[in-house]
Design a protein around this ligand. Structure first.
Ligand code: 2BA
Length: 106
């Protein structure tokens, strides 16, 4: 079994979770905050059998879209205010796949 940890734009989370659930995947959604923009995003945790990992990744990728986010001179980024407005491309999804040493439901 693997742990898939994916960080998504909040606007994509419902569609991703709906599709994953429909396909029989178990998932946990957590409200998280990106360290760079300090904006809300969503992290989804999934324990997945190895032979279904690629299917899960494909669903996440299909339903996640990249967006340009304007960082204005009033937005604090890591303790600084940009001198000029800038566009940052955020997403689609940032996906990590980790080995699981032990899994059980108690
Ligand atoms: P944030 O950390 O808020 O980053 C938002 C976007 O800002 C990033 O989009 C990237 O385009 C840009 N960015 C991040 N760090 C930067 C830096 N040091 N200098 C310049 N630009 C930077 P994504 O790469 O699509 O990341 C979206 C969110 O995914 C991130 O939100 C963070 O919450 C998470 N993430 C991305 N890479 C990660 C990693 N290696 N480890 C943990 N979380 C990660």
């Amino acid at each position: 079994m693997k742990l898939i940890l994916s960080i998504l734009n909040s606007d994509d989370a419902s569609a991703v979770l709906r599709t994953l659930t429909k396909q029989g995947f178990a998932a946990t959604k957590m409200a998280t905050t990106g360290g760079f923009l300090m904006a809300g995003n969503v992290t989804i945790l999934m324990g997945v059998d190895e032979d279904r990992v690629q299917q899960a990744i494909d669903i996440i990728k299909e339903q996640s879209h990249s967006r340009k986010q304007m960082v204005s001179t009033n937005s604090e980024v890591n303790g600084y205010y940009p001198r000029v407005p800038a566009d940052v491309v955020v997403g689609g999804a940032t996906i990590f796949v980790l080995d699981i040493e032990h899994f059980e439901r108690a």
